[in-house]
Write a protein that binds this ligand. Structure first.
Ligand SMILES: Cc1cc2nc3c(=O)[nH]c(=O)nc-3n(C[C@H](O)[C@H](O)[C@H](O)COP(=O)(O)OP(=O)(O)OC[C@H]3O[C@@H](n4cnc5c(N)ncnc54)[C@H](O)[C@@H]3O)c2cc1C
Length: 140
């Protein structure tokens, strides 16, 4: 490649942020709802937008609806990110290689994001690591 220009951005993953403030409902990234592994957020924005609308119509608890619908995925993505960062380049290579060999990409990536029974054991460690990172960043 010639004339390479690196670029980046930031995401807004936050499981502690309140999803409501008075009558306001926060959705998508404004609510901190984003995939922690790769920063995907379109589905979360759409789902939370839908749930916000439903909570207004039905008078349901928006916070609870969101945590029920997205909580599991948010937790899994936190663990995935932890494992991904822990393994470094080796993990990246492995992921790319396994993904390229997979017959069905949808099935492969679904496995990464669901049924993390064993990986769930890592959740407290992943959460601590994420919190530590936020604390370190906040110091600068
Ligand atoms: C380069 C890049 C690639 C990405 N690729 C993917 C991908 O492949 N798949 C995926 O799922 N996600 C992807 N994402 C993430 C995804 O785009 C976001 O997570 C998602 O768009 C968040 O949706 P949102 O509605 O919460 O916020 P946004 O899409 O950011 O929408 C917020 C809107 O509110 C407007 N706004 C802000 N403040 C105000 C204000 N005070 N008054 C009025 N309007 C305001 C903004 O201008 C903006 O239009 C990508 C992000 C980036 C940056």
């Amino acid at each position: 490649m010639r004339n390479i220009r690196h670029f980046g951005g930031y995401g807004t993953f936050d499981r502690t942020r309140p999803l409501t403030h008075g009558r306001q409902r926060y959705v998508g990234e404004a609510a901190g709802l984003q995939d922690y592994l790769f920063g995907f957020g379109i589905r979360h924005a759409m789902v939370s937008g839908f749930l916000a609308g439903r909570s207004i119509i039905d008078g349901a608890d928006y916070d609870r609806l969101c945590r029920t619908a997205l909580g599991h995925h948010l937790r899994t993505s936190l663990i995935n990110r932890y494992v991904y960062e822990f393994m470094g380049h080796t993990g990246y290579d492995l992921l790319v290689r396994l993904s390229s060999r997979a017959r069905n990409q949808r099935t492969f990536w679904s496995k990464i994001y669901t049924k993390p029974v064993l990986r769930m054991l890592l959740y407290p460690v992943a959460l601590r690591a994420a919190k530590e990172k936020i604390r370190i960043r906040a110091q600068f």
